[in-house]
Every structure is written in structure tokens, then in C-alpha cells.
Design a binder for this molecule. Sequence first.
Ligand code: MN
Length: 308
Amino acid sequence: MSGPVQERDAACANEALAGIQAREGRTTEVGGLPVARVLPTKGRRTVGAWCFVDLMGPADAEEPDPMEVGPHPHIGLATVTWLLEGEALHTDSLGTEQTIRPGQVNLMTAGHGIAHAELAAQPPFRGVQMWIAQPEATRHGGSDFVHHAELPQTETGGLRGLVFAGSLAGATAPTRTDTPLVGADLVLDRGATSLATDVGFEHCVVPLDGRVKVGQEVLEPGWLGLIPTGVEELPIAAETDATRFLVLGGTPLGERVSMWWNFVARDQGEITAAYRDWQARTDRFGEVPSSLTRIEAPRPPWLPPEDR
Ligand code: MN
């Protein structure tokens, strides 16, 4: 009886691998840094609960202050800050002042509201800013900030790296997760391997250094590889040594999120309320200990011109 079942499983796995798609990110600028925004992408807002991925930098070597992001608010999301080079200072309305360096993770959970600022203290600066959409159960709740200086290393099938959220290949990060998800920074030398993944997760691969082949798709840095649920063994190949990439994944969110500016919500009304609270400086977001200039919210385009 095992034969037909295995054949059916193999057919499902092949179908899932055939569903892998490559998407080109778009370039923009944040706080004076060049940024490649790979998520959200055309037709896709979330991968698991991951809803935003920016590759920041590298900064122009001539620039003395490569990243200055003044106090700004968030709701309904957790920010994951991951550095590749340099160091940055995080301050927030909880009173946190935390320096982050490569190999460490900052997880800031906004809930109902938080404000923060980021300053790249040590150029050259290069990093990844990611957001995780909070589920209904926690998105109206309190805010929180945690810095994890030590993260578990993983080594499997020629892949090596750090797990900064969830579990991968037997390594589990201490990072809080409100929905089942995974995040890891992996390196593969020239060659091919396969990564054991959670079959119920959808995933994405974000190349950082070198070209990564995922299934039949070849991804350059600045591109995103989307992998549907149903994959247990993800084929990954590298053309050169020290090819580096992120693997992010999670249970499909199952809720349609509305994202505008720095807010993750479920509808325009919630975003309008957050916009007004930030502009009116209510105590929803609090004061950030930072000398950087406060960032005013752009006016939501759905508000009529006379509505302030
Ligand atoms: Mn932010």
C-alpha cells in the first residue's frame, strides 16, 4: 500500500516545486540609504506573516551618516532588524536604547502602537528590515522590544547560518513569534543541496550575496523567490562559494492585511485613526528618546482634501 501513497506525495511535492516564482524587487530610498524592497510584491502581500522586506544599503562610502530614520510610529506589526555590516542604534517610546550588530536581532512588537528611531552608528552600513504582521489575537495589545545578542547556529547539508525566528534544521531562535514562522540567514558554498522545510509553511528566499537557484528559478540579489506550501525538501543551489540568502516562511496568514505607510491593519478606518493619533501626538505612541527629526505622516490619499 505504501507505493501509491508515496507516488501521490511525490506528485504533490513536484507540483509545489513547479509553483516556485521569481519576483523582482523595486528600488527606493529610506533615511538616505538605497533600498531594494522585495516584499510586498506584485500580487503578494504576505509570506506566512512576513509582510515587508527591505534590503538596506550598502551606503555610499562618501556618506558620513548613511541611515537616519527619525521617530515614526507603527501599529499591528513586529519589526525584525537584521544587520549585515555596521551597527545601528535603536531607540523607542518604551524608553529602549539598544545598539545592534551583525548576528543579533532586534524584535519590536507594535501592538496598538509604538514609535521608534534608528541611527546607523557605524558605517559602512548594510542590513535587512523586515516586518511581521501581527494576528488578531495580539495586534490590539501592548508593545514590546527585545534584543537577542545570541542566536542558534544551524548546519545542515552544506548550509550554515543563524536562525533568527522560529526553528530550522533543529535550531530554534529565542525570538517571540505570534504565528508559526521561520527566519534564517544561510550560506551555501558552490553546489547543490536541499533544505528540509515545514510542509505547511509558505516560504520566500531573499538572496543577499551571489545568485541562488531555488527549484528551477535563479534569483539575483534584489529578487524574491516565492515557494508555496507543500514543499518538504527545498532544492537550493549556489554558483559561487559563500552565497548568502535569507529563508523566511510561515503558516499562511489567512487574514487580508491593509498596509499603508508604517501601519499594518485590516481596514482604512484603523489606519486613519492611527494617522490622526500620530499627527495629534496623542499618548498612543509616546515620546522617543532621539535627537533625530520626528517624521510626519503623509496624508492618507483616501481622506478628502478638507479632512485633516
Ligand atoms: Mn520603523
